[in-house]
Design a protein around this ligand. Structure first.
Ligand code: 26Q
Length: 824
């Protein structure tokens, strides 16, 4: 629109927009715009933007209806959206007019954007990937729904008190949410528990449920605005409401209790997001959440299909359900149930449709993340689904038996029900027509190790889809200075065609371009330093190397390796005050699952080390350590833009892909990492000489895991640098008030006490290799031109890692969607 809109139209649009913002202030708050608070100003602007979005939303849905193509339903327990307003504005074709209007109203867009709470309906990588995918699907004109849960409390807010993490409930819906619409007309019922009732009529069985508890699933829709193409897709998240608002006198005691229980069920189901990342907690409520949103999403998808089509046996021609990890795997059982019990298909017919409709993405090989539900719980909560899973399992085991006669090991590994448990990954693989990993190495490990038996039996299902990120949020929105610089150099095609960014490669040896590029990095470091000063009260020098590790706290991600190395460096600087040293700021940001003791203690360790080092005047500020509180999408954008070094140091084989690594690369940071996840492909694209790679290979790690032979105590006894650092964990050096405080960390590295395995993540094994890589970082940074060139080459070669590419691959290999044009 911007290009075609002439001046007069533009002015009219702006006048209209400004009037709407002012009218909102009047109608909502009975005030003029300049009288209302900043937060209310945000609400007024958001409503005015929504006004523009709504017309496109309606037009999009109409165009989709007419095109009548296939639709993907991306089923995910998590959508880590972050803030919507700023992103919506940059994606709208009228972004310039909107920004000018906001300025002309005397408002500061940054201040307005800062008023919006993050929609933190996710933990980390998996949830943010879902959000990036929605952005790409809309931008690429594909019919898609995100389906999830409208948690009342999303990811907790992290406060650091006395160095410890404290979790504060994140009440993101406390105030009105102007960017969602409640859609009561699509409410549907979801039933739990009770017993299966069978009616024999007309020579067949009809299945129903008796004595169940039910809740109403009520959807809220959030618009997903595509970039400059008039497309607005939908994220549909479900809230639970009680079905009966009962009248006390009408109830006898029994039904009174039942009614109260039902009301409580509704209240609890969508109350809170489980704050675990890569860790399965077998909680009943979690299974309820899963069934709740799966059932509601499937019911509406089928109803929508039947509005235009009458043959349910052809559902797969129009609908595909992508399961984001095993969390929505109940899709398999629930779809079978709906097809048989509600739409009266026979088993074989229903199975044919189901197995053509569902596909599964695996995001982890960590054993503790695999979902397994006790039969007792599963069958009590979902009696009919359990029957169906039993039958799927019975038939599947027959198939295994037929293919591998007498091989009970195969049954033990692949059966869906085994050892008293329902194994969700096995169900997803058995029923899904596609099984994908999220990076090349990860998919290889699935095929060769973790899912070897499945791969042997059905290799045609397996495929890789290397993750990606949206450059629209993580460069265009998060780093406006660099975005503008890139656009000035190569035009703005990169916004929807990231490989075009390769065009900046011709400037990597150009001194002027290098200076401009490094100056932008410097400006972004100043912005982050200001944020750190405001939020942490710590002064950091924007001329120091910003070395950043931001991600969920998990042992396999090895924040501990990073902080142990900081302790080692500090010892070096103290022992050799005159050694050459480039000032370094080590920046951490991480939330630990609330019950994950050793992870929380690692946060305390980082903060304790920070306290000692930041306050030691004798080192002249050579090292600073900062723990950024409450790491989340909105401050991530600021952090990535300011990073020099991207710490991607997971134990090889453990990080399925990683996506933070890509966000750093996009913003011109150099990767310091292991050959794990998508790091492997990053190095492939940018070249080994423009990254700092260290540590064991995934084959070596897996070798030790399978055959033993690793003894960290040997390293402790022979490496005096390491020995000194580890002793500082237990001699009170960083905890004078309680020398025993960090003993559990020490033990986790040297004894089997903590996890039944000493140094399970090979921290000591990789330590010297990491320290050596860090020395290479320092040497490289001293060569200013060389560093600038490497940083620019990272940006230039990031093209592959756009989620637009990932989505096109899903479409080509799995979803088979067609693009739909939307004209206004
Ligand atoms: C399971 C059961 C009960 C409660 C919680 C969970 C649970 C919740 C979240 C299990 C796992 C997760 C999240 C996993 C995750 O974020 N995985 C990451 O996915 C990214 C996107 O593919 C990858 O880049 C990361 O490598 C991977 O760790």
């Amino acid at each position: 629109m911007t290009k075609t809109m002439d001046r007069i139209q533009k002015e009219e649009f702006k006048e209209e927009f400004k009037k709407r913002v002012k009218d909102q202030a009047k109608m909502l708050y009975r005030k003029t715009l300049d009288e209302v608070s900043d937060r209310h100003k945000f609400v007024c602007v958001a409503y005015a933007v929504k006004d523009i979005v709504i017309d496109q939303w309606i037009a999009t849905q109409k165009a989709y209806d007419e095109a009548d193509g296939r639709t993907v339903y991306y089923l995910s327990m998590e959508f880590l959206m972050g803030r919507a307003l700023g992103n919506m504005i940059i994606n709208l074709s009228s972004r310039d007019e909107i920004k000018e209007s906001i300025e002309e109203l005397g408002l500061d867009l940054n201040v307005i954007e800062d008023q919006e709470p993050d929609a933190a309906l996710g933990n980390g990588g998996l949830g943010r990937l879902a959000a990036c995918f929605l952005d790409s699907l809309a931008t690429l004109n594909y019919p898609a729904y995100g389906c999830g849960i409208r948690y009342k409390y999303g990811m907790f807010q992290q406060k650091i008190e006395n160095g410890y993490q404290k979790e504060i409930p994140e009440d993101w819906l406390r105030h009105i949410n102007p960017l969602e619409i409640k859609r009561e007309e699509y409410a549907c019922e979801v039933r739990f528990g009770g017993t299966v009732k069978i009616d024999h009529r007309d020579g067949r069985d009809y299945y129903g449920q008796e004595g169940y508890q039910a809740v109403m699933a009520v959807p809220y829709d959030m618009p997903i605005v595509g970039y400059g193409n008039n497309v607005v897709n939908t994220l549909r998240i479900w809230d639970a409401e009680p079905i009966v608002h009962f009248n006390l006198e009408e109830f006898d005691k029994g039904s009174y209790m039942a009614a109260v229980e039902q009301e409580n069920l509704a209240k609890t189901i969508t109350e809170v997001l489980y704050p675990n990342d890569n860790h399965y907690a077998g909680k009943e409520l979690r299974l309820k959440q899963q069934y709740f949103f799966v059932s509601a999403s499937l019911q509406t998808a089928i109803k929508k299909y039947l509005k235009k089509h009458d043959d349910i046996k052809k559902l797969h021609e129009k609908v595909v359900f992508q399961m984001n990890d095993t969390h929505p795997t109940l899709t398999v059982a629930e779809l079978m149930r709906l097809l048989m019990d509600v739409y009266y298909l026979e088993w074989d017919e229903a199975w044919e449709v189901t197995t053509k409709c569902v596909a599964y993405t695996n995001h982890t090989i960590m054993a503790e993340a695999l979902e397994k539900w006790p039969i007792e719980l599963f069958s009590r909560l979902l009696p009919r689904c359990y029957q169906i899973v039993e039958e799927i399992n019975r038939r599947f085991c027959l198939e295994i038996e037929e293919k591998y006669p007498g091989n009970y090991d195969k049954i033990a590994k692949m059966a869906i029900i085994y050892d008293g448990q329902v194994k969700m990954a096995n169900l997803a693989i058995c029923a899904g027509y596609s099984v994908n990993g999220v990076a090349k190495l990860h998919t290889e490990i699935l095929e060769k190790q973790e899912l070897k038996d499945f791969y042997e039996m059905m290799p045609q299902k397996f495929n890789n889809k290397t993750n990606g990120i949206t450059q629209r949020r993580f460069l265009l929105h998060g780093n406006p200075l660099l975005a503008e610089w890139v656009t000035n150099k190569v035009g703005d095609d990169w916004i929807t065609d990231l490989p075009k960014i390769k065009g900046i490669e011709v400037y990597v040896d150009d001194k002027k371009a290098q200076a401009e590029f490094m100056n932008i990095k410097y400006q972004n470091k100043v912005r982050l330093a200001k944020y750190i000063k405001e939020h942490n009260g710590v002064d950091v020098d924007p001329r120091s190397i910003f070395d950043v590790q931001v991600k969920r706290l998990h042992e396999y991600k090895r924040q501990l390796l990073n902080i142990l190395h900081v302790m080692y460096l500090y010892n070096q600087v103290k022992e050799h005050p005159d050694m050459e040293f480039t000032p370094r700021t080590f920046i951490f940001g991480a939330k630990a699952a609330a019950g994950y003791k050793i992870a929380k203690l690692t946060i305390k360790l980082i903060n304790s080390v920070a306290d000692v080092i930041n306050n030691d005047e004798s080192i002249n500020g050579k090292i600073k350590v900062v723990f950024i509180e409450n790491y989340r999408v909105s401050n991530a954008e600021i952090i990535f833009a300011a990073a020099d070094v991207s710490e991607q140091i997971s134990t090889a084989s453990k990080e399925a892909s990683g996506t933070g690594n890509m966000k750093f690369m996009l913003n011109g940071a150099l990767t310091l990492g292991t050959m794990d996840g998508a790091n492997v492909e990053i190095v492939e694209e940018v070249g080994k000489e423009n990254a700092f790679i260290f540590g064991m290979s995934s084959d070596e790690v897996i070798g030790y895991e399978n055959n033993g032979g690793y003894d960290p105590m040997q390293i402790f006894n022979s490496d005096m640098d390491i020995r000194k650092v580890l002793m500082q964990l237990i001699n009170g050096f960083y905890s004078p008030d309680d020398p025993e405080r960090f003993r559990p960390i020490y033990n986790s590295l040297l004894t089997k006490e903590e996890t039944g395995c000493a140094d399970r993540y090979f921290i000591l094994k990789d330590f010297q290799s990491y320290a050596e890589a860090q020395r290479r970082v320092e040497a490289a940074y001293k060569d200013e031109a060389g560093w600038a060139k490497s940083a620019m080459l990272n940006v230039a070669n990031v093209g592959k890692f756009t989620s637009d590419r990932t989505i096109e691959e899903y479409v080509r290999d799995i979803w088979h969607l067609e693009k739909v044009k939307v004209e206004l």
